[in-house]
Ligand binder design. Structure first.
Ligand code: XLS
Ligand code: NI
Ligand code: NI
Length: 439
C-alpha cells in the first residue's frame, strides 16, 4: 500500500517558463525558489491543497450521483481506505510541489459510533500523517473540525439551542486542538456553516452569539493550556448552508470578535467565493481584513459571479489574483497563513490528471498575480496617487482629524474661514487604466 503509485505517468511538476499554451502540466510563472522583494515565491504564496475536495470529492451534487472515481477509494469509509487515501494525498502534494495541506478531522478518519471511537480513528490516522510529514517535509497549514455534516449539528454546533450538542462540538474541538499540536499545524480554522439561522421565528440571536463567543473562549483557554502555538482563524461566509450565517463577512466577524474581547486571539481566513456571496467584490474582504491587521490566510478559490452559491472553482482570473496579492505583499506576507485551494474540479472533469491541471493553473494564476503585484508596488504609481488623494490629512485641520484631536467647533471655525471645498476628481478610470497596464 505504501509503495503504490496512484498518479502514474505524472512526475514532479517542473518549471517550464516560456512553454507553449498546450503545456498544462508545468509551471510557466511559478518558480518556487525565485526571490521577489526579498522572499521566495514559495514563501509569498505558501500554497496548500485541501483534503476535502481533492481527496474526498466525488462529484455528487443535489441532482446527480458521483462522477469521480479515484483509485484509492473503494467507496468504503474504512480505516484501510483512509490510509490508502493518505498515501495518495502525500504523493499528490509531493509531485505538485506544495509545502502545505489542510483537512477537517472527519476528512482524514472515519467517524465512529461513539466519540471515543472517532478519537481513536483520528489518532491512528494522524500517526500515519505525522510519519509522512516527517518523510516529505510537508506541513499542515490548518486543521479544522467538521461541525456541520453530522445530523446532530443540523441546528448548529456552538449556536445549537441544545447545550448537549454544544458540548459534543466542544469535545470534538478539544481533540482537534490536540491533533493540531501533534502535527505542528500552523493555524486552526473555525468555519461556522451551521452557526446561523433558517428562520428568526425560532431563534434567540443574542443567546446564540453569546454561546458562540463562550465556545471560542473555551477553545482559546484549552489552546493555551496545552501550549498549542498555532494561529486561530475564523472563516466568514454569509449563507449556505444556513439562510443567514453570523460570520457574514470580514467586517461582521471583526465586530463580533471585538465586541466579545476575542480579537487578539483570532485572525480571518478569507475565501473570495464567500466574499462575493456576501455581495462584495472579489478582493473586498481581503482588503478589509488586512486593514485591521487581521488577514491571516486565504481559501483561494472563485465562484461563478452569475450564480448565487459557493461553486469552489479554481481561481484562474489574473486580475483577481493580482489584487489579492497586492494586499498580501503590502502587509508583508501571510505567514503563518497561506493560499489554500479550497476548490474542486468540476464534476465533469473526471480525469485524474485534471486534479493536477487545476492546481497548476491556479498556482500559476497566483504566481502571475504576485509578479504583477510586485511591479505595481515597486513602481509605486498607484500608491503615490492614493497618497496624494489623502494629502489634506497631513497638515492643519486634516492632521488634527487624523490624530483624533479635532473638535466640531474647530471644524466649524475652519469652514467659516475657508468656505466651500474645491471639487476634486476621483479619477476612477485613470486608476483602472493603470491597473490594466500591469495585468
Ligand atoms: C465552506 C467552507 C469550508 C471551510 C472549512 O464553504 O469554505 O470548506 O473552508 O470548513
Ligand atoms: Ni473555505
Ligand atoms: Ni467555501
Amino acid at each position: 500500500m505504501a509503495d503504490e503509485e496512484y498518479f502514474r505517468g505524472i512526475s514532479k511538476i517542473p518549471y517550464v517558463a516560456g512553454a507553449g499554451a498546450g503545456n498544462v502540466l508545468g509551471f510557466k510563472y511559478y518558480n518556487a525558489q525565485e526571490v521577489l522583494l526579498g522572499k521566495t515565491m514559495e514563501d509569498w504564496l505558501s500554497f496548500s491543497v485541501c483534503y476535502w475536495h481533492t481527496f474526498r470529492g466525488t462529484g455528487a451534487d443535489p441532482f446527480g450521483f458521483p462522477t469521480l472515481c479515484r483509485p484509492w477509494d473503494d467507496g468504503k469509509d474504512s480505516m484501510e481506505t483512509a490510509k490508502r487515501r493518505m498515501h495518495a494525498a502525500f504523493e499528490f502534494f509531493t509531485k505538485l510541489g506544495v509545502k502545505y495541506y489542510t483537512f477537517h478531522d472527519r476528512d482524514v478518519a472515519p467517524e465512529g459510533s461513539t466519540l471515543e471511537e472517532s478519537n481513536r480513528n483520528l489518532v491512528e490516522i494522524t500517526d500515519l500523517a505525522l510519519q509522512l510529514q516527517k518523510k516529505t517535509g510537508i506541513r499542515v497549514l490548518w486543521v479544522t473540525c467538521n461541525l456541520f455534516a453530522h445530523p446532530r449539528y443540523m441546528n448548529g454546533a456552538a449556536t445549537n439551542p441544545d447545550s448537549h450538542v454544544l458540548a459534543y462540538a466542544g469535545a470534538q474541538v478539544k481533540k482537534g486542538l490536540e491533533i493540531a499540536k501533534k502535527l505542528g499545524a500552523e493555524n486552526f480554522v473555525f468555519w461556522g456553516g451551521r452557526e446561523g439561522y433558517l428562520t428568526l421565528h425560532n431563534t434567540d440571536v443574542a443567546a446564540e452569539l453569546r454561546h458562540m463567543a463562550n465556545f471560542f473562549k473555551m477553545a482559546v483557554a484549552y489552546k493555551e493550556k496545552i501550549g498549542l502555538k498555532c494561529q486561530f482563524l475564523i472563516e466568514p461566509k454569509p449563507k449556505e448552508p444556513c439562510r443567514h450565517q453570523y460570520d457574514y463577512d470580514a467586517m461582521s466577524v471583526i465586530g463580533f470578535l471585538k465586541h466579545f474581547g476575542l480579537d487578539s486571539h483570532f485572525k480571518l481566513n478569507i475565501e473570495p467565493n464567500h466574499t462575493t456571496l456576501a455581495g462584495h467584490s472579489y478582493e473586498h474582504d481581503i482588503v478589509v481584513a488586512s486593514a485591521f491587521g487581521m488577514l491571516g490566510s486565504v481559501d483561494s478559490n472563485t465562484g461563478s459571479p452569475d450564480l448565487g452559491w459557493d461553486t469552489d472553482q479554481f481561481p484562474m482570473d489574473i486580475k483577481n489574483t493580482t489584487m489579492v496579492m497586492k494586499s498580501i505583499v503590502e502587509q508583508g506576507g501571510l505567514q503563518p497563513g497561506g493560499l489554500n485551494f479550497d476548490a474542486k474540479v468540476r464534476r465533469e472533469s473526471t480525469d485524474l490528471e485534471d486534479l493536477f491541471i487545476a492546481h497548476i493553473g491556479a498556482m500559476d494564476a497566483f504566481a502571475r498575480g504576485l509578479r504583477n503585484a510586485v511591479k505595481i508596488i515597486e513602481e509605486g504609481v498607484i500608491a503615490q496617487m492614493v497618497k496624494e488623494r489623502y494629502l489634506s490629512f497631513s497638515t492643519g485641520i486634516g492632521q488634527k482629524v487624523e490624530e483624533g484631536t479635532a473638535t466640531l467647533e474647530e471644524l466649524e471655525e475652519f469652514t467659516m474661514r475657508n468656505g466651500e471645498p474645491k471639487i476634486t476628481s476621483g479619477k476612477q478610470e485613470k486608476y483602472e487604466s493603470i491597473i490594466n497596464h500591469y495585468l
